[in-house]
Design a protein around this ligand. Structure first.
Ligand code: AMP
Length: 117
């Protein structure tokens, strides 16, 4: 659960992070190992381990997560140039932190992605 993840510690300000967005439901901070010139993680403050754990009642929270990222893209001026949103789930998806999060990647043409490009 979130309390046991590094992202929970960031939400509770127990460890430092470069926080670039926050509202009542979502926090956004820069990834420590950026894969693009802009690489921000958006994390719901509610503990949800993986996409598989999302319930119908949390559909609105997923919308808020995406809207936080699109708001940030407009705010930072790269919405029109474009960006990529990625969410990894479990082993084959490459998930390493088991608190739901959305990667926002931008700042350069990103090319193809995936195991079969
Ligand atoms: P995922 O592989 O989708 O679970 O993504 C986890 C991401 O969290 C990776 O891109 C890591 O670089 C990033 N990450 C891990 N620890 C931290 C941290 N303390 N602050 C910021 N990003 C982190």
């Amino acid at each position: 659960m979130q309390d046991d993840t590094i992202f929970g510690k960031i939400i509770r300000r127990e460890i430092p992070a470069d926080i670039v967005f926050e509202d009542d439901d979502v926090i956004g901070f820069r990834d420590v190992a950026p894969q693009a010139p802009v690489h921000v993680l958006f994390v719901p403050k509610t503990p949800i381990a993986t996409l598989n754990d999302l319930t119908g009642a949390q559909a609105g929270l997923m919308g808020k997560l995406v809207l936080a990222a699109t708001h940030y893209a407009r705010r930072e001026g790269f919405a029109a140039d474009g960006y990529r949103i990625v969410m990894n789930c479990n082993r084959d998806g490459g998930q390493t932190v088991f608190q739901l999060h959305l990667h926002l990647l931008a700042g350069a043409p990103l090319g193809h992605f995936g195991a079969r490009g």
